[in-house]
Design a protein around this ligand. Structure first.
Ligand SMILES: *[C@@H]1O[C@H](CO)[C@@H](O)[C@H](O)[C@H]1NC(C)=O
Ligand SMILES: *[C@@H]1O[C@H](CO)[C@@H](O)[C@H](O)[C@H]1NC(C)=O
Ligand SMILES: *[C@@H]1O[C@H](CO)[C@@H](O)[C@H](O)[C@H]1NC(C)=O
Ligand SMILES: *[C@@H]1O[C@H](CO)[C@@H](O)[C@H](O)[C@H]1NC(C)=O
Ligand SMILES: *[C@@H]1O[C@H](CO)[C@@H](O)[C@H](O)[C@H]1NC(C)=O
Ligand SMILES: *[C@@H]1O[C@H](CO)[C@@H](O)[C@H](O)[C@H]1NC(C)=O
Ligand SMILES: *[C@@H]1O[C@H](CO)[C@@H](O)[C@H](O)[C@H]1NC(C)=O
Ligand SMILES: *[C@@H]1O[C@H](CO)[C@@H](O)[C@H](O)[C@H]1NC(C)=O
Ligand SMILES: *[C@@H]1O[C@H](CO)[C@@H](O)[C@H](O)[C@H]1NC(C)=O
Ligand SMILES: *[C@@H]1O[C@H](CO)[C@@H](O)[C@H](O)[C@H]1NC(C)=O
Ligand SMILES: *[C@@H]1O[C@H](CO)[C@@H](O)[C@H](O)[C@H]1NC(C)=O
Length: 863
């Protein structure tokens, strides 16, 4: 799929973007650290630990300190010599040590600014997302999140925006926060100057990015603005924690510091529209987010925008167990550009672009076929009789060949501007390559062709500003195709629940407004939903789980498509469904738990109990029923790989029985029901994730528990890619000093200056708890060898590889240039092989049989 030559072009970027050399986060064990002897009696716990680190001759500089007793006590350090890691790990008071990881800058899937009026074509207003989720009715009841404190960890907020309060500090909407980085910070190497040196201050203003400003508007924009939008919880009190500069990524120690500060500032809810491929609950940020949840904080985190990457690709930190991972649902309306038809009376015609087509003046039209039933319009070069098309907008029908083939044939006749009209009723975004082209609906295209055939002298005018129209969306209410699929590799339900996140109108910097898409947009919506709920209830006990459970059990399960089929989308992409905040607040029934986790077939957990409580003032009669969602076939047929999105769905379903299926509850009473699942009998090799909903309903309320399980054993899922699928060359492989694939025994000097060392290229076909590279004898035999092997590199809790070269996770590029083992001891000169291994999910790290492995050709280490 990608050539090795292409691979080399990418390498430099990969090395720089992923890990941060020499930087580590240590967690301190406060109980033992406070008793460490020190030269000074008054030394703080941290000072005592540093003193002992220095006593071991480890040179380091301190980047930041974490000191939140109930959450995380530790520090981020830069080591002068990375070989000191092992000594540091054994230093007294140090509980654990992890390399600092970069967290990618959050990106919109799509963003555009709007200006002028928005024409409404068969839609009513801009509050569609509130109508979809019952928020409009709550606002009408005066429920707007008053008294709830919410922290946004993002790119900052442009609080000067009139809809965001117009100012900063006590008395304003954005009451506080912090800037941990400054404009110039890019998350780079401090050696190269300001782009690597955070410049914190107390003002989290966002003027350059817009991401955090859009997020803030979805959460809390004031109503009565020119676009009639409002935030879900616009009376809530907001703090902005800025962790990204104007460009680039940020290291996870900064995000952890922001989480701790938001905690100290007493936020009730903390929302993070950020993350990277992960899928394990164990990353440091996931773990800290999870501890915040245990301290009573509601944590909403974006589930990720990797839907195209397919199954088992959950994002971290949303993979933290008790956080709320938020999926995206398409808005019921689309806001698009429109063109005007001159010469006849006609409504503006919407075209599927967020930026205007750059047509400088009104132009007449030319149709490549007069037949609006043409099946292969412009798939062949256009006839010689075709005029010079440079002064026309060319109209062409979809079908048979690629869009860009049609556009090229038109461009070959001079065409510069094209409109492709659909051949079916739906609508969506299409790939037009480099051409000035866009997509219009079938009926609009047929109309234009009819005008052309009738020789009506019309012209099309493409205003370059304004002229936005709002039209109904064909995919409105469905899970957004970009929304990532879970579940976690350890079978937790990720995402947990969904909110509107595609084509969302909100605030942007410099007093502007714009539309944007992404689970980044769904996440503040969910934070706002949680705030509305909190503002109406007096909760005690485990508040974060209670809130997640109520939001999940009262959500609306989502169909897999809008074509009339009743097949529900897999819970691995929708979670518990689309949030309905009105029902969450007003239902008089509590159902718990929110999720039944059935695990894989080897650890099948088929016995569960649900509890129904009538909190109303009158007797209620409940019925219980099972509605299966689609089973998602997560394996790509005949391969070791997981399927790309959209993942194939089937109607296979688990069987479910209940200890009772109907009962009546007096006010204030509750009842528990045993639920027994039987695994569906799918083909294990398809990696079927089955899921669905156990509904508990009265004649006016309908709640559900979401369940999910895997009809295969995770221990059978291969984790190490051993195919030539991605590069056309089998992996893993070693590249030698000249970037050729090493096939024969080769000696290296391990000279960093000449680059004379091997580089390991590997891919993971599934997530692994432990990826390790050991150095073994040239005649090593894996059979029966459970001995302790010396590790040269290790990676804990790694996600599977993607096939998307843009997400930085398509393969692992590991220079094997160290002359020391991972434990800091020197590697003796000699000949070896590298043993590359990845542990299967649920595997025993001490058992060689539980790994997928590869033995490299012979490598001579002769510095
Ligand atoms: C609005 O809906 C009506 C009835 O469904 C339809 O005839 C008309 O074409 C629609 N208008 C637009 C602009 O989509
Ligand atoms: C906002 O305005 C400032 C100053 O004119 C400009 O530098 C910045 O790029 C603008 N921000 C955006 C997101 O357009
Ligand atoms: C906002 O709502 C008002 C009243 O419903 C309406 O008159 C106005 O056109 C709306 N503005 C926009 C930009 O939709
Ligand atoms: C196109 O097909 C439709 C339905 O099949 C038919 O009613 C119509 O007459 C056809 N139009 C032309 C121009 O052939
Ligand atoms: C797109 O339109 C712009 C502005 O009219 C023009 O400069 C450019 O050449 C066009 N691009 C193509 C591929 O035709
Ligand atoms: C298509 O219609 C136009 C305008 O009526 C006409 O000039 C042209 O000859 C027609 N093309 C064909 C192939 O019939
Ligand atoms: C919608 O779902 C049905 C049932 O699974 C399926 O047959 C159909 O192909 C789907 N349609 C689309 C457009 O995905
Ligand atoms: C999905 O189903 C289609 C049609 O049955 C099949 O051609 C395709 O190979 C399947 N995709 C995967 C990833 O298995
Ligand atoms: C590597 O170096 C060793 C020690 O000098 C030598 O014995 C061996 O032949 C060399 N191997 C290769 C492949 O050059
Ligand atoms: C060691 O390896 C053998 C097979 O090679 C395996 O059966 C055994 O369980 C392993 N022992 C341990 C302690 O993991
Ligand atoms: C080469 O550089 C890397 C990264 O800076 C370092 O980890 C490694 O120890 C160096 N190797 C040698 C042989 O000095």
């Amino acid at each position: 799929m990608y050539s090795l030559a292409f691979l080399f072009l990418l390498c430099a970027r990969f090395v720089s973007s992923e890990s941060v050399p020499n930087r580590f986060i240590i967690e301190v064990d406060s109980e033992s650290a406070i008793n460490l002897p020190s030269k000074r009696d008054s030394a703080s716990l941290h000072e005592r630990v540093y003193e002992h680190i220095r006593a071991r001759d480890i040179g380091f500089s301190l980047d930041r300190e974490f000191n939140e007793e109930s959450l995380f006590v530790g520090a981020a350090l830069t080591l002068e010599d990375p070989r000191d890691v092992a000594t540091l790990r054994d230093s007294p008071g140090v509980k654990s040590i992890r390399a600092v990881q970069m967290i990618s800058r959050p990106r919109f899937v799509d963003v555009y600014t709007v200006s002028g009026e928005i024409g409404l074509q068969n839609t009513s207003d801009q509050e569609s997302t509130h109508v979809m989720t019952g928020v409009d009715k709550l606002h009408a009841q005066g429920i707007t999140g008053k008294g709830i404190k919410i922290g946004i960890i993002d790119t900052g907020v442009d609080y000067r925006h009139p809809a965001l309060g117009g100012g900063f500090g006590p008395g304003y909407k954005i009451v506080g926060g912090y800037d941990f980085v400054g404009d110039a910070y890019e998350g780079g190497n401090p050696f190269y100057g300001p782009s690597g040196i955070p410049m914190p201050d107390s003002d989290p203003l966002d003027t350059c990015s817009g991401h955090g400003t859009h997020v803030a508007g979805i959460l809390a924009a004031d109503p009565s603005n020119e676009y009639n939008i409002s935030g879900v919880a616009y009376s809530a009190t907001i703090s902005a924690y800025r962790v990204f500069g104007c460009r680039g990524n940020t290291p996870d120690d900064i995000v952890i510091e922001a989480l701790l500060r938001a905690f100290r500032d007493g936020q009730d809810i903390i929302t993070l529209s950020l993350g990277d491929s992960g899928g394990w609950a164990e990353s440091v940020t996931s773990a800290v987010a999870n501890r915040l949840a245990h301290q009573g904080k509601i944590i909403t985190i974006a589930a990720g925008n990797s839907g195209a990457t397919g199954g088992f690709y959950a994002s971290s930190p949303s993979s933290g167990i008790d956080t709320i991972a938020v999926a995206s649902v398409d808005n019921t309306v689309l806001i698009l550009r429109s063109l005007r038809v001159q010469g006849v009376q006609h409504d503006p015609i919407p075209y599927y672009s967020s930026d205007p087509l750059p047509v400088p003046e009104p132009l007449p039209i030319y149709a490549t076929s007069n037949d609006t039933n043409a099946t292969a319009d412009a798939c062949e070069p256009l006839p010689d009789t075709t005029p010079d098309l440079s002064k026309y907008v060319v109209i062409v029908r979809r079908g048979t060949c690629l869009f860009v083939t049609k556009l090229k044939n038109i461009a070959d006749k001079g065409g510069k501007f094209m409109l492709i009209y659909n051949n079916k009723p739906d609508f969506g975004s299409i790939d037009v390559g480099k051409y000035n082209a866009s997509f219009i609906r079938a009926a609009d295209g047929e109309y234009l062709v009819s005008q052309f055939v009738a020789s009506v002298p019309i012209k099309l005018d493409f205003p370059q500003e304004g002229d936005l129209v709002e039209i109904p969306s064909e995919t409105g209410g469905l899970v957004s195709s970009f929304s990532s699929y879970g579940p976690n590799y350890d079978m937790y339900l990720k995402p947990a629940i969904a909110a509107p996140g595609a084509q969302i109108l909100s605030t942007l910097p410099n007093n502007t407004y714009g539309g944007a898409s992404g689970t980044s947009m769904a996440t503040p919506f969910m934070a706002g939903a949680a705030a509305l709920f909190l503002s109406t209830k007096q909760l005690s006990g485990d508040v974060p789980i209670t809130v997640r459970t109520v939001l999940q059990t009262t959500a609306q399960p989502i169909l897999s498509n809008n074509t009339g089929s009743d097949l529900l989308q897999t819970a691995a992409q929708q979670g518990a469904g689309l949030v309905n905040v009105f029902n969450a607040i007003h239902y008089e029934t509590l159902l718990s738990p929110g999720e039944f986790l059935l695990n894989d077939s080897a650890h099948f957990n088929g016995q569960h109990k649900l509890t129904v409580q009538n909190t109303g003032n009158s007797e209620k009669t409940y019925t219980i029923r099972h509605k299966a969602a689609a089973t998602a076939l997560m394996a790509r047929t005949g391969t070791i790989f997981t399927s790309l999105g959209p993942v194939n769905l089937t109607r296979a379903a688990a069987d479910v029985s209940f200890s009772t299926s109907s009962f009546t509850l007096a006010p204030g009473t509750s009842q528990s029901v045993d639920v027994t699942f039987t695994l569906p009998s799918d083909d294990e090799s398809t990696l079927p994730v089955y899921s669905g909903f156990i509904h508990v309903a009265t004649d006016s309320e309908d709640l559900h528990v979401t369940y999910q399980g895997l009809g295969a054993s995770l221990a059978n899922v291969r984790t190490l890619d051993d195919t030539d699928y991605f590069f056309g060359h089998q992996v893993p492989l070693l590249l030698d000093a000249s970037n050729n694939v090493q096939t024969d025994a080769t000696n290296y000097t391990f000279n960093n200056v000449t680059g004379d060392y091997p580089v390991l290229i590997s891919r993971l076909s599934f997530g692994t708890p432990l990826f390790r590279v050991d150095l073994v004898d040239p005649d090593f035999h894996p059979e029966g060898n459970n001995g302790t092997l010396p590790i040269v590199q290790r990676l804990d809790w790694a996600p599977r590889s993607s096939e998307d070269n843009d997400d930085g996770n398509a393969f692992n590029y590991s220079p094997l240039n160290s002359l020391v083992f991972h434990d800091g001891t020197d590697i003796p000169k000699g000949t070896y092989r590298f043993l590359v291994r990845s542990l299967r999910v649920n595997g025993d790290a001490a058992n060689l049989n539980h790994y997928d492995s590869w033995l490299s050709p012979i490598v001579g280490i002769f510095p």
